[in-house]
Write a protein of this length. Structure first.
Lengths: 255, 255
């Protein structure tokens, strides 16, 4: 069976000369909850943008459930849902219209769009706001709507680019619960985050990315073992060359 | 309806929905502006000029005003819509959908085209109540207006994609488009101009557009109709091809 996401030797050089991705290869299994960790500027968002068509790779290949995502991308794009890092809602649209148009862009018939948007507005507690324009929503509501929009066309691969950055504890836990639920129902998830406990809690496997290259891949325990440490946090600190920030000794000193 | 048709209609609906939500600004204001021109140039100035080439001055002016309304609305709508969506990054929702470059280009063009057509039709209908406005050559008039609308819709898309800030759009409209339209002979007959202005006017492409539309309404022209229609078709096709290539490359839209 084809991988949910199969990236081979992906390179991306921006016109400025910056090499954001330098030969990235990565396989994500169908049904997996996969984390992508790395410091700012490591290439996480570029990798996601190349997968979703928002950036054009310089070289390499991307396949989503076996479908080419670069040149003949229609099937691949249908299979992917993206919740981007920055809320990018259309201020002219209401919440319901946001979902309805998105469903339309992905070819869903009107009846199906109506049912699905109602279901998602309910699931994300946005029903009372359905006729409000998106610019009137609070930060948390915008985050929820962005996730609902990503799920609108029932993608088999959901990409979450730092979905919990800047959200309060309740919403973070709520989002965790929701994405765990849809993962258990079969949706493959690719998550980027700066919260290591989030990756530790949610992800089956994690890849470390640094300077445009995959440095290591494995479960949290496997990564810790690979870096000769005891936690995902210390493995990450080893990746970014900041071992001196480790809090392991604090834990050791507790009687 | 096929998936591709649903997708294209949704992209178009978004563009039409945007300008209809702010119709006081996008339809009401241009209508008022056109009627102010008719009042000032038709009623006030017309009382002194009486006739031009055998037509009441106001009747001579209205075809150019209808063309100008379509052109400016098609241009400014598309340039603003695309730039706004780029600013909010809301455009990523369309760009990461399965839509092809051709579908995206035609859909982004459609908003301004339809808005221009709406203002032009309303101006024509209202003018018909006020003055006796003939339609001598509908088979020239309709294709000419459609080509003019499509040309400026494409020009608006190009400027919107290229623009980095709103100043870029208003610069193109105020310093390029409006002078060309005003100096193309909307309010006067170029044959009345002294040299070298008469000859210079012949280098203004909009002069030929106005002549085509005026010929369609009044049967009067100062330019060769077949040649003008041929050239307009050619430049509109060339602009569409340029835009298509830019969209296919993802120029200024995809990183």
């Amino acid at each position: 069976m084809a991988h949910a996401l199969e990236i081979t030797d992906l390179t991306k050089r921006y016109p400025t000369g910056t090499e954001a991705l330098r030969g990235v290869s990565l396989d994500i299994e169908s049904g997996e909850f996969f984390g992508l960790l790395g410091p700012n500027g490591a290439g996480k968002s570029t990798l996601i943008h190349c997968t979703t068509g928002l950036a054009q790779p310089t070289g390499g290949s991307i396949r989503v459930f076996g479908h080419d995502a670069i040149d003949h991308y229609e099937e691949a794009r249908l299979a992917v849902g993206l919740a981007p890092q920055e809320p990018n809602l259309d201020f002219f649209l209401t919440c319901e219209e946001t979902l309805d148009y998105h469903g339309g862009y992905f070819g869903m018939p009107r009846k199906e769009r109506r049912e699905r948007s109602k279901e998602l507005l309910d699931a994300f507690s946005l029903t009372s706001k359905k006729d409000e324009r998106t610019r009137t929503l609070s930060g948390g509501m915008k985050r929820r709507l962005i996730l609902a929009r990503a799920l609108m066309h029932r993608p088999r691969l959901l990409i979450l680019d730092e979905p919990t950055a800047g959200v309060d504890v309740e919403l973070r836990l709520e989002l965790w619960q929701y994405v765990q639920k849809i993962n258990s129902e079969g949706t493959t998830i690719l998550l980027t985050t700066h919260y290591l406990e989030e990756a530790d809690e949610l992800c089956d496997r994690i890849a470390f990315i640094g300077a445009g290259q995959i440095a290591a891949t494995g479960s949290a325990e496997e990564l810790a073992t690979e870096y000769g440490v005891t936690s995902l946090e210390d493995a990450y600190l080893a990746l970014v060359g900041r071992k001196e920030l480790s809090r392991a000794h604090i834990v050791d000193e507790v009687p | 309806m096929t998936t591709a048709q649903i997708r294209f209609l949704s992209l178009v609906r978004r563009e039409v929905n945007r300008f209809m939500k702010i119709k006081r600004q996008t339809v009401g204001a241009p209508l008022l502006e056109t009627f102010l021109y008719i009042s000032v140039f038709g009623a006030a100035l017309g009382s002194r000029i009486k006739t031009l080439h055998g037509f009441d001055y106001v009747v001579f002016v209205i075809p150019g005003l209808i063309m100008m309304a379509w052109a400016i609305n098609a241009f400014s709508n598309n340039a603003s819509s695309i730039l706004q969506q780029k600013f909010q990054r809301a455009i990523d929702d369309q760009l990461s959908s399965p839509a092809s470059p051709r579908e995206l280009l035609l859909a982004f063009s459609s908003g301004g085209f339809i808005r221009g057509m709406l203002v032009a039709v309303l101006t024509f209908t209202a003018s018909s109540f006020l003055v006796d406005l003939p339609v001598e050559h509908p088979l020239v008039l309709i294709p000419a207006l459609f080509l003019v609308g499509f040309f400026f819709a494409q020009a608006g898309v190009l400027i919107g994609v290229r623009a980095e800030q709103f100043d870029d759009v208003s610069f193109a409209q105020t310093f390029v488009l409006q002078p060309l339209i005003f100096l193309g002979g909307v309010f006067y007959s170029a044959s009345l101009l002294p040299e070298p202005f008469q000859t210079l006017t012949h280098f203004n492409p909009i002069y030929y557009m106005i002549n085509l539309v005026r010929y369609g309404f009044l049967g009067y022209t100062e330019a060769n109709i077949a040649l003008s229609l041929g050239l307009l078709t050619l430049v509109t096709g060339a602009l569409f091809t340029l835009n298509y290539r830019l969209f296919a490359r993802g120029w200024k839209l995809r990183a």
